[in-house]
Design a binder for this molecule. Structure first.
Ligand code: FES
Length: 143
């Protein structure tokens, strides 16, 4: 494992706490890391796992990058793959946007590019919420 990958996963390893079938962890940005239930072409977790800003990173073993989920001020839930379209670094929430720490690209929470060098939006997923469960629909293979 490369040092960068180890450091990236360190908060996940050291800050775990179990809540039902969903593991909740804390990342550097303050958004919790949640291990979702993986279903056929979907990820699901309980809505109570969203952090105080209404967001969470979903990451389970085998995923190169997490899925970032956020409840917008309108109440709409959005989900994007947290992989910058410039060179693949993980954008982090910063105030009203996602900021890539590598070269400074900025994205809206819905994945649209605000500032480059990235020139393509983040991959966006459909989100459903029912009975306290949030489900991310994945097209084909898991991220
Ligand atoms: Fe995100 Fe370069 S990898 S700006």
């Amino acid at each position: 494992m490369r040092r960068r990958d180890f450091v990236r996963r360190l908060p996940v390893v050291t800050a775990g706490l179990a809540a039902g079938s969903t593991t909740i962890l804390t990342g550097c940005s303050g958004a919790p890391y949640v291990v979702p239930t993986v279903g056929p072409a979907s990820l699901s977790f309980t809505s109570t796992a969203l952090g105080p800003d209404g967001d969470a990173f979903l990451q389970s073993p085998g995923m190169d990058r997490p899925v970032y989920v956020r409840r917008l001020t309108s109440g709409e839930l959005v989900a994007v793959l947290a992989a910058c379209t410039h060179r693949g670094c993980q954008p982090e929430p910063a105030a009203d946007r996602l900021l890539c720490p590598c070269h400074g690209s900025e994205f809206t929470f819905t994945g649209d590019v605000l500032n480059g060098p990235a020139d393509e939006p983040l991959l966006r997923y459909e989100v459903e919420e029912s009975g306290g469960e949030i489900r991310i629909r994945l097209p084909g293979d898991a991220p």
